[in-house]
Design a protein around this ligand. Structure first.
Ligand code: NAD
Length: 313
C-alpha cells in the first residue's frame, strides 16, 4: 500500500490549538511534515482569550519527535495571515500545505441585520482563508507545488443546529468557502496547486458530545473524533492528492465526495412557466432514476447506518 508521507513538506494549519485543527497538525507532523501551528486563542464566539493553545500543540508534536512552531496571529488580519506564511518560510524555508481550519460560531439568524456575528463569520471563515492562501500563493506558484484544504461545513448545505435553529451567516461564509475552493483550484491548475474542501463532523467544543437526537449525532457520540477527519484530509494535503476543486464529507471514518450535480431536467426551447410546472418531476430529476440524487442528509444517515451495521458484523 502506498504510504502518505509529508517528509520535506511544510504545513500551516490554522486554528490548530484544539479540536479538528489540532488533529490535522498531529496527523501531518506524525507523517513527517514540519508544521506551523496557528491559533489566535479565542472563545467559540470569537472573543479573544488569554490562551496559548498553539504552543501546547507544538509541545505535543515535539514530544512525539516532530517539528513545529507556534503562531498566535489571527487569520482574519491581513498582516497576521502574511506573518504566518513568513514564519513558515523563515523557520522551515518553504510552504507546501495550508489547512484552513480556524473557525468560530457566533450564532446569528439570516433575518438579523448584519452585525458583529456576521462580520466575524465572514472575516474568520471566508476572508481568513482567502488571506492565508493569497499570502502563500506566490511561493506555491514559484515552487510549482501547493496543497490547500479548506474547511466548509454541512451548515452551508442547510444542516440545522441540534436545537433546530439555522446557522445564519456562519453557513453563508462556509458556502463561500466552497466557491473559493473552486476558484483556487482553477487558478492553481497550471501550477500543481490543488485546492479541495472538507465538510467535517467531529466532536469538539463546537459540537458538544452530549447532544441527543438524530442517528448522525448518536453515531458521532460513539465514534466520531477529530482524528478521523484529519486522517482523511491528509490525502488531500498530500502529493498523492488525486483531485482539485472538490469537496468531501468526512466524519467517523466515512469519506464521501460532495456531488455538485444536476439531473437531465426539463428542456423545451418554447417553455412557459406553466410547462415548467407541469414537468416539475423532470426538473427535480424525480422521473430520472439514474440521476436521482439523494438528499445530503439521507446520504449521510444511510452511510452511518451502513457503517454501524458493518462494525456490528
Ligand atoms: P474549535 O472551536 O475546537 O477550534 C477552532 C479553533 O480556531 C479554536 O482553537 C480557535 O481559537 C481558532 N480560531 C478562531 N478564530 C481564529 C482566528 N481568527 N485566527 C486563528 N485561529 C482562530 O472547533 P472545531 O470543531 O475544531 O472546528 C474546526 C473547523 O471545522 C472550523 O472551521 C469549524 O467551523 C469547522 N467545522 C467543524 C465541525 C464539527 O463537527 N466540529 C463541523 C463543520 C465544520
Amino acid at each position: 500500500m502506498t504510504s502518505v508521507r509529508f517528509d520535506n513538506r511544510v504545513a500551516l494549519v490554522t486554528g490548530a490549538g484544539g479540536g479538528i485543527g489540532r488533529a490535522h497538525a498531529l496527523a501531518l507532523a506524525e507523517r513527517g511534515a514540519r508544521v506551523v501551528v496557528n491559533d489566535y486563542g479565542v472563545s467559540l464566539k470569537g472573543d479573544q482569550e488569554q490562551d496559548d493553545r498553539a504552543q501546547s500543540v507544538v509541545n505535543e508534536i515535539k514530544a512525539l519527535g516532530g517539528e513545529a512552531v507556534a503562531n498566535r496571529d489571527s487569520v482574519a488580519d491581513p498582516e497576521g495571515a502574511a506573518a504566518m506564511v513568513t514564519q513558515a518560510l523563515d523557520t522551515f524555508g518553504r510552504i507546501d500545505i495550508i489547512v484552513n481550519n480556524a473557525g468560530i460560531n457566533a450564532s446569528d439568524a439570516i433575518q438579523d441585520e448584519p452585525g458583529p456575528a456576521y462580520e466575524r463569520h465572514m472575516a474568520v471563515h471566508l476572508e481568513g482563508q482567502l488571506l492565508t492562501v493569497r499570502a502563500a500563493w506566490p511561493h506555491m506558484e514559484r515552487q510549482r507545488y501547493g496543497r490547500i484544504v479548506n474547511t466548509s461545513s454541512a451548515a452551508a448545505l442547510g444542516f440545522v443546529q441540534p436545537n433546530g435553529t439555522w446557522f445564519g451567516s456562519y453557513a453563508i461564509a462556509k458556502g463561500g468557502v466552497l466557491a473559493a475552493t473552486r476558484q483556487q483550484a482553477g487558478a492553481g491548475a497550471g501550477h500543481n496547486i490543488k485546492a479541495n474542501a472538507i465538510l467535517p463532523l467531529a466532536i469538539s467544543r463546537m459540537v458538544a458530545p452530549s447532544i441527543p437526537g438524530t442517528t448522525v449525532l448518536d453515531y458521532m457520540e460513539r465514534h466520531t473524533g477529530p482524528a478521523h477527519v484529519a486522517l482523511a484530509a491528509a490525502v488531500l494535503a498530500s502529493e498523492l492528492c488525486p483531485v482539485s476543486g472538490q469537496a468531501f464529507s468526512l466524519s467517523g471514518g466515512r469519506v464521501a465526495l460532495l456531488v455538485y450535480a444536476s439531473p437531465l431536467g426539463y428542456a423545451n426551447p418554447d417553455l412557459t412557466p406553466e410547462s415548467v410546472l407541469e414537468n416539475w418531476d423532470q426538473v427535480m430529476g424525480e422521473s430520472d432514476e439514474e440521476h436521482r440524487l439523494l438528499n445530503f442528509y439521507e446520504a449521510v444517515d444511510n452511510a452511518f447506518e451502513y457503517t454501524l451495521m458493518q462494525r456490528a458484523g
